[in-house]
Design a protein. Structure first.
Length: 438
């Protein structure tokens, strides 16, 4: 009997100990929404993995705060070797270019150098390019009454000075203002002891010149070959243009000349604005004659359909006939075709009117859709046009092909895109499914 009582007491004690544990297990086995939860074993494993991950966090990477740096002479910057507190030994590959002391790098001369950081047997490097201080502009062509900002990078300007305030003035903060036609030099005295200069050429808009010279009306006659065939790299879409009645174009097929006129005080188109040498249609593919209105289709730099031939500044006249530049073998001005330049002033095209790049650009931006264009046969008896043609001489093509880099072509024309009047919105049309004649 005593043995039975003892077994009963032990069983009750075991129940008292086990039931709370079961309750806890049951509570952990369910969420408040009765969904299953991870069991104790899984939780313990997750905790163990998390602790292991914390223990295995990699050490901070040791590296320089700069691996490449561009700086100016006499300027400094700070190099730091991050991720370590150990001693760093600094050195330069060329102390004539850049020196370093405790991580402080100073530009000494123009060129390239490596700054080294030696730490705990490992070497880290920063490639440094040191430049001379430089003017934002060294040559500038600007129209009367316009202005631009002149700054010096890499040093502080102490004072600005103009060689001729009547031609171009300059303010204390470097704003240059064009006063009248001529040339002036703007000097910038700087704290590094050097005076930098910018040559400024001030010109008048052709419409502002009362008695223009021939070179004012035919600026291409004074341009370099690079400017006549190059690409300025600007591909912005046309937004707006001067009103259609601003100009009138006359194309003379006999003399291969395009003449642009604006109205005089009596409203007649007799005041010359621009003279352009052109190539016209061959006898088998002539340029059509008559009076036309410019249409609303323009292409900046495109390929002729079905060919590997390209042209710049396309402005549609009528049908498949365009004003456009000389021809190229690719979408790159350095691939100009020799014959298309040599044939300016000749009748060799498929009907289109070929021009130098600056002349094609002038029409592209200034001659709005709706502008009247007269294409006439012309004759040898027209002494006035013959005199114009005689003076329209372009620079001879160089025997060695120059490397024409987009956006780095000279610009000596007597107008800029920025000053073209935005009087009417340009809306791109189509060429009615045809293709350019070329």
């Amino acid at each position: 009997m005593k043995r039975k009582i003892l077994v009963t007491i032990l069983s009750m004690l075991l129940l008292v100990l086990i039931l709370p544990c079961c309750a806890r297990v049951s509570a952990k086995g369910k969420n408040k929404d009765n969904s299953e939860k991870v069991n104790d074993t899984e939780e313990e494993e997750a905790v163990t993995e998390s602790e292991a991950a914390e223990e295995s966090v990699p050490e901070e990477k040791i590296e320089l705060n700069h691996t490449v740096k561009v700086m100016y002479i006499d300027k400094t910057f700070r190099l730091k070797l991050m991720g370590t507190d150990k001693e760093v030994i600094w050195s330069s590959s060329d102390e004539n270019i850049a020196v370093v002391e405790r991580g402080k790098v100073t530009g000494v001369g123009e060129g390239f150098a490596y700054i080294y950081a030696l730490c705990d047997g490992e070497t880290y490097s920063c490639h440094v390019k040191v430049k001379k201080p430089e003017l934002s502009e060294t040559k500038k062509k600007i129209r009367v009454n316009n202005s631009f900002n002149l700054t010096v990078k890499g040093t502080k300007v102490i004072s600005y000075k103009s060689s001729s305030k009547k031609i171009a003035s300059v303010s204390a903060d470097g704003v240059v203002t064009a006063k009248r036609k001529g040339n002036a030099v703007i000097s910038c005295e700087c704290e590094n002891g050097i005076t930098y200069t910018c040559e400024v050429e001030v010109y008048e808009n052709i419409l502002d010149i009362e008695n223009p010279k021939f070179e004012d009306l035919a600026p291409t006659t004074k341009m370099s070959f690079e400017e006549l065939v190059g690409d300025n790299g600007i591909y912005d879409e046309l937004v707006a243009m001067p009103e259609p009645g601003t100009y009138k174009l006359v194309v003379d097929l006999y003399h291969k000349v395009v003449m642009a006129y604006t109205k005089d005080e009596n409203g007649k188109y007799v005041r010359p604005v621009r003279y352009m040498l052109c190539g016209v249609g061959a006898s088998a593919t002539p340029t059509p004659t008559g009076t036309f209105k410019m249409e609303n289709y323009r292409l900046r730099y495109e390929r002729f359909n079905g060919t590997n031939c390209y042209g710049q500044y396309w402005s549609i006249l009528t049908g498949r006939i365009y004003f456009h530049s000389i021809l190229y073998n690719s979408f790159d001005a350095k691939d100009y075709t020799v014959t298309s330049y040599d044939n300016l002033g000749k009748a060799v095209s498929h009907g289109c009117i070929r021009l130098t790049v600056p002349d094609a650009r002038w029409i592209y931006y200034n001659v709005a859709p709706g502008t009247e264009v007269v294409v006439r046969k012309g004759s040898a008896d027209d002494k006035e046009t013959a005199a114009i043609r005689k003076q329209l001489n372009l620079v001879k093509r160089p025997s060695n092909r120059p490397n024409l880099v987009k956006g780095k072509i000279p610009d000596t024309d007597n107008w800029t895109i920025e000053e073209v009047a935005h009087e009417v919105e340009f809306i791109q049309g189509s060429q009615n499914g045809g293709e350019a004649a070329g």
